[in-house]
Design a protein around this ligand. Structure first.
Ligand code: ZN
Length: 424
């Protein structure tokens, strides 16, 4: 009888400890693959011999992505949902459809005494990072967004887009930012606020990255090193160009930028192993391109993509103006034996350079990319975004909040809850 009483008493104490004393987390690393739908993740995993670091996160769920204005969101409305918990009109940055600014999870974390940071492979003023660090009715106002970001004052901002800051460098130093423009300069920073702008506009795709550009994994590692402190931090990391490759229906850029993003997830996990007070959340803002794995006969051929050393667009740009070395260049940088027919199809576009937003090689890149998709037996429904649900994965303290069927607006609310804070 006495033993039974003791056991009951102990059970009660244990219940009390586990239920009432829910632990809030100190550090949050929120990683967003822009345009990284489930087909993008699947294809990248298969090309990478069946494994991804993000697969090892303990909890997962799905989130709906529609915006306040459209069944298919853009990155601004999706970023707003993921940063503020509010749906808004496509194109708007951390404001409601009527233009009212709403608090972002980064601003809330800062108020709580945590350090804050953003990392991206697009411009730091681009829609997704802007949604965490600025408020604007139009995503295109990147000069205003830059000014706004300096006021918000995140401790670390790393990515592309020097041209948006070029005219306000006095304000950058007035706000005590150390400006770095190369990988070595970034590596040499040991403490303090940092603005890293490694390219004029977007950073290059992972496969085409120059020696002076840090990888997304290196930027993430450095940001974690700079943000680590006793009060904790909030860091948002965006793999921003997965989306651009998918807009161009380029499976090569899509896969290798997703794998580069996965290495950033690995940096987050390595940090969390040594710093237990950490929550990692990985998701996408939407899926891009309507990527479908398979066109007929229950098969597709991801091995076609395995030997690529550059994106198709970059490979086209390496050819002589008359494309006379097309075969040599194609085989050297793709690791693939191309048929005469395919080489001729590419060569036929030598005079047909058509500059476009996502693709420097224009029509030649378009034709080459189409051949690659056909060989791999994969296809795309659109050169814009697509409306299906995307995955959310989480690990660390309070990661169990990120399971089941959720909406994108739930994510920052739950991140706040995990930190013991209230977003809205
Ligand atoms: Zn997009």
């Amino acid at each position: 009888m006495k033993n039974a009483k003791t056991v009951l008493c102990m059970l009660f104490v244990m219940f009390f400890i586990f239920s009432v004393n829910a632990e809030s987390v100190k550090n949050v690393i929120f990683l967003i693959g822009d345009g990284m739908g489930i087909p993008q993740i699947t294809l990248s995993r298969v090309v990478n011999e069946g494994h991804l670091v993000m697969d090892t996160l303990k909890y997962s769920g799905l989130i709906s992505t529609h915006s306040a204005s459209n069944n298919i969101t853009d990155s601004a409305a999706a970023g707003t949902a993921l940063s503020t918990g509010y749906k808004t009109t496509n194109g708007m940055i951390a404001v409601t459809p009527d233009g009212k600014s709403v608090k972002t999870i980064l601003e809330l974390a800062k108020e709580s005494g945590r350090k804050t940071g953003i990392v991206t492979t697009t411009t730091v003023t681009h829609a997704t990072p802007a949604c965490f660090t600025a408020h604007n009715a139009a995503r295109g106002n990147e000069y205003e967004i830059a000014e706004n970001q300096l006021l918000t004052g995140a401790d670390v901002m790393l990515g592309g887009g020097f041209k948006r800051y070029a005219k306000i460098l006095d304000k950058v130093s007035a706000k005590n930012y150390q400006l770095v423009k190369t990988r070595d300069e970034l590596t040499n920073i040991k403490s303090g606020k940092v603005l890293g702008l490694f390219t004029e506009s977007y950073m290059n795709y992972e496969l085409d990255r120059t020696v002076d550009e840090p990888s997304i994994a290196l930027m993430t590692r450095k940001a974690l090193e700079l943000l680590k402190n006793d009060n904790g931090f909030f860091l948002m990391v965006e793999g921003g160009r997965i989306d651009h490759a998918a807009h161009a229906n380029d499976p090569v850029g899509t896969v290798y930028d997703t794998l580069a993003f996965d290495k950033a997830v690995n940096e987050a996990l390595s940090f969390a192993k040594l710093n237990r007070d950490t929550l990692i959340v990985v998701t996408a803002d939407h899926s891009t391109g309507g990527l479908a794995l398979g066109k007929k006969k229950y098969e597709y051929f991801p091995e076609v993509l395995k030997g690529f050393q550059h994106t198709p667009d970059f490979i086209i740009s390496l050819m002589k103006p008359d494309f006379s070395d097309a075969r040599e260049i194609m085989e050297k940088y793709t690791g693939y034996k191309w048929d005469d027919k395919d080489v001729k199809t590419v060569m036929a576009e030598k005079d047909c350079k058509r500059p476009s937003y996502y693709s420097l090689g224009g029509q030649a890149t378009y034709v080459f990319t189409k051949i690659i998709n056909n060989k791999a037996m994969i296809d795309w429904t659109t050169s814009d975004h697509e409306g299906s649900m995307v995955a959310v994965m989480a690990d660390g303290i309070n990661a169990n909040l990120f399971t089941g069927m959720l909406d994108n607006t739930d994510i920052p609310v739950k991140i706040a809850e995990a930190m013991g804070l209230k977003l809205k």
